[in-house]
Design a protein around this ligand. Sequence first.
Ligand SMILES: [Zn+2]
Length: 296
Amino acid sequence: MKWITLAVAIILVPFCSFSQNFYDSYIAELKVDTIDGYVPTFYTPGSYTIALELQQTISDAIRFYEKESLDQFDIKLAVLDSAQWPSERVPFGYVFYSSGWIFMNTGMTYDNFKNVYGLADIYEQIDLDLKKSGISPSQMIQSFYVVYSIHELGHYFISQISNAKSPDRWTNEFIATYFSYNFFKKYSESSLREFELFHRVHKDFYQPKYSTIADFNDVYMGMGVENYVWYHSNFYFLVDALYKCYGSDFISTFEEMFPKNEQSVYEISEIIQLLDKNCNKAVENWVKALEAVTVK
Ligand SMILES: [Zn+2]
């Protein structure tokens, strides 16, 4: 039987090392410029300003959270345009965390942003709200990505540093947004306001194909970036509600609710109940409103 074990090992080992180091090798093969620092940054030439802003914001968030944690953060940042984006793995428009890397794009014009996120039917409403608030489209787009860069850092924090294990994809996504929200509440309320403007209009006016928590867990990124971001627009308001009842302590509460060594599998209804413990059905009501969007 030994040869079978060996054959399996030969197949698995190259696969594992390949997947662990995929983004290291990917970046190594690109023609990118770099900015040294606590968060080593690799960016498409010509995108220094946005790369530096993302690097600084991520470094500030690390300093903010390192005060409360014993572990040091060890993360790298890639800021790439659509030509250099690893599209075979993750479609352009998504930003993501994987294997010690945060992947951000170099930003978009408003027209590109509308195309990528499917805003043809709702951008007039966004324009109205932007005008009312005195916020420009480019400010909104910049805050969109800056706030999501800390959401991606949140994925790193939850998976590598915290004592929590998200029980499903839904919780794993909104806790990353909570991580970002909690930082921006103290760091830059104006970025959060610009971020919120987009997500409020998107939540209320975009017509999604999927809107249940079960579909989010099952279909996930396979639903396409338009519908996927719509869920995230809703997660923002769930996080807002959680912040109102748990304040800035919610990450430690989340660690206690869903500890890393926990083996149980949770039903969505159990998760809702746990989250609602001090929230007077805020989570249950949020889920009901979300799921009602696609109920005919
Ligand atoms: Zn995420």
